[in-house]
Design a protein around this ligand. Structure first.
Ligand SMILES: Cc1ncc(COP(=O)(O)O)c(C=O)c1O
Length: 398
């Protein structure tokens, strides 16, 4: 018999769609993938070489559960340089991806029945991570008209004596929003007043464009630092999604708890991958990150202009990550060939079938009026996909 804890997990609603995409691709159909959640760039060569070197030097044994000391020191140096926050190596825990770091953080602070506020739209795993810790996910919508920025008044109204944490992600998956310093300061004040943690997922930190600036809440004041658990990793900045390595930086007591927890789950993240991550943090790889960012920004501008040119579609500008979240709800109720578009799932199924373009229903991210489009694909494919998307949407009639 399956435990209630696991039975209660909602399987990813995108899995069905991904299954259809795979079937089409296997049948030789030219599907253009705008559903991708990882950079379409190679891991920079020096990182790959560092891993190979570590392997050939026999770095294949257990390390401390929290990771090798040089890596933890390098993460501290990165956090000081990029984010203006001071941590000691014992406050760092290296994990098997930011996903494990998030699970660790929530398990470390949430007791059964505790509430965790999650601004929405949010990444698909957030609500499930809270449920797995027997916590209660309290979703608080952000507004498309405000660029999906944090709605501090709505957050205030959601706080109760059981609020233990808020789980934020800036820059954000799926909206691309990057939270303003003002809103993060106000959030910090709330965290102090009501004594809850800000779990700050900063995995898209390096992918930030134009005027937007990435702010780590822990940098805002020594008091907010004590109420912040920073989550970051290598997947998006260095195109290392498959390497599975991320980390937490936290106040000492939380870091110790996470270390104890990880010591009984996975222990250390893969040893030779830790050496690759150490290399990633070397300044010589900054140019690769910058080149990727310049390319993403070109695509972002193209896609934003394109989406805004489609009749009855609105799209908030987004200063980070590699996603845009157009609102396509004016197309609900429209039909083509007997198929009526009732919601974002129907819309994405229609687009996949008619345009052979894969996009993700916003409902999977608590954004029922929207769809998520990833621009982690070549400019050529973006242009081809955009054309097909428009042609298919023109078929839809009220
Ligand atoms: C918001 C967010 N946090 C965390 C992760 C997981 O990152 P990692 O690959 O380091 O586990 C992702 C991956 O898509 C993400 O979008």
């Amino acid at each position: 018999m399956i435990s209630n804890r696991v039975k209660n997990i909602t399987p990813s609603a995108t899995v069905t769609l991904n299954g259809k995409v795979s079937e089409l691709v296997a049948a030789g159909v030219d599907v253009i993938a705008f559903n991708i959640g990882e950079p379409d760039f190679d891991t920079p060569a020096p990182i790959v070489e560092a891993c190979q070197k570590a392997l050939s030097q026999g770095k294949t044994k257990y390390t401390a559960a929290s990771g090798i000391m040089p890596l933890r020191k390098a993460i501290c140096a990165k956090l000081l340089r990029d984010n203006g926050v001071t941590y000691e190596p014992k406050q760092i825990c290296v994990s098997t991806g930011a996903k494990q770091a998030l699970n660790n953080a929530i398990l470390a602070v949430v007791n059964p029945g505790d509430e965790v506020i999650i601004p929405t739209p949010c990444w698909v795993s957030y609500i499930e991570i809270v449920k797995l810790a027997d916590g209660i996910a309290v979703t608080v919508p952000t507004k498309e008209s405000e660029g999906f920025q944090l709605d501090i008044e709505a957050i205030k109204s959601a706080i109760t004596p059981r609020t233990r944490a808020i789980l934020i992600n800036t820059p954000n998956n799926p909206t691309g929003a990057s939270y303003s310093e003002k809103s993060l300061r106000e959030l910090g004040e709330l965290a102090l007043k009501h004594d809850f943690y800000i779990v700050s997922d900063e995995i898209y930190e390096k992918l930030i464009y134009g005027e937007s600036k990435h702010i780590c809440p822990a940098a805002l004041s020594p008091e907010i630092y004590e109420h912040t658990i920073v989550i970051n990793g290598f997947s998006k900045a260095y195109s290392m999604t498959g390497w599975r390595i991320g980390y937490t930086a936290a106040p000492k007591d939380i870091a110790k708890a996470i270390d104890d927890l990880q010591g009984h789950t996975t222990s250390n993240s893969t040893t030779f991958v830790q050496y690759a991550a150490l290399e990633a943090l070397d300044a010589k790889n900054d140019a690769s990150v910058e080149a990727m960012k310049v390319e993403f920004n070109k695509r972002r501008k193209y896609l934003l202009d394109f989406l805004r040119s489609i009749p009855d579609v609105t799209c908030a500008d987004a200063g980070g990550a590699f996603y845009l979240m157009p609102n396509i709800s004016k197309y609900y109720g429209c039909s083509y060939n007997g198929m009526v578009i009732k919601d974002s799932f129907d819309f994405c199924t229609f687009i996949l079938e008619e345009a052979k373009v894969a996009i993700v229903p916003g409902a999977s991210f608590e954004a029922p009026d929207n769809v998520r489009i990833s621009y982690s694909n070549s400019m050529e494919n973006l242009e081809r996909g955009a054309k097909r998307l428009l042609q298919a949407m023109q078929l839809l009639k009220q």
